[in-house]
Design a protein around this ligand. Structure first.
Ligand code: ZN
Length: 153
């Protein structure tokens, strides 16, 4: 089988940040890289799960929510993919993402979608862990601009 595009990205050169992973028609796939690949420090699964619930809830509740196509974690536990319509400008998406991670960093209360009928593993959440990871990633994200979105070759 041929090697898919995301395996062709040199993960040795990849650091924490945000990148455009691919563009398919009017859909942009963003690589939200929260941990350095193969850096020995990975997101814990229960924190990933909580970030997923909060990130998806925040983005879909934004006024641009209908232009968010998908939010999901990477199996390697170093980040997330978010797919958007290209009707959201990249600079606007960066701002939206900053406010999303600020929201997660400060979140208090009941995690959305954590009733048994709403989730496939509803007890597996870690809000404190999610907030700590969101706080760390926010510090990375707030320094990024559209010029940083390209993968290094
Ligand atoms: Zn869930």
């Amino acid at each position: 089988m041929r090697k898919i595009a995301s395996f062709q990205v040199n993960h040795d050169l990849l650091d924490r940040g945000i990148y455009v992973s691919r563009v398919d028609g009017d859909v942009i796939t963003y690589d939200l890289r929260m941990k350095k690949p193969n850096g020995g420090d990975y997101l814990q699964m229960s924190a990933v799960h909580t970030i997923e619930h909060l990130l998806a809830t925040y983005l879909r509740n934004d006024r641009r929510g209908s232009e968010i196509v998908y939010v999901g974690p990477m199996g390697c536990r170093t980040g997330f993919y978010v797919l958007t319509r290209d009707s959201i400008k990249k600079e606007d998406f960066l701002k939206l993402l900053c406010s999303a991670f600020e929201f997660i960093r400060g979140f208090e209360g009941e995690i959305p979608g954590t009733k048994k009928e709403e989730c496939g593993n509803y007890a597996d959440h870690d809000l404190a862990g999610a907030k700590a990871e969101a706080a760390a990633y926010f510090e990375v994200l707030k320094r990024k601009s559209v010029a940083d979105l390209e993968y290094k070759q």
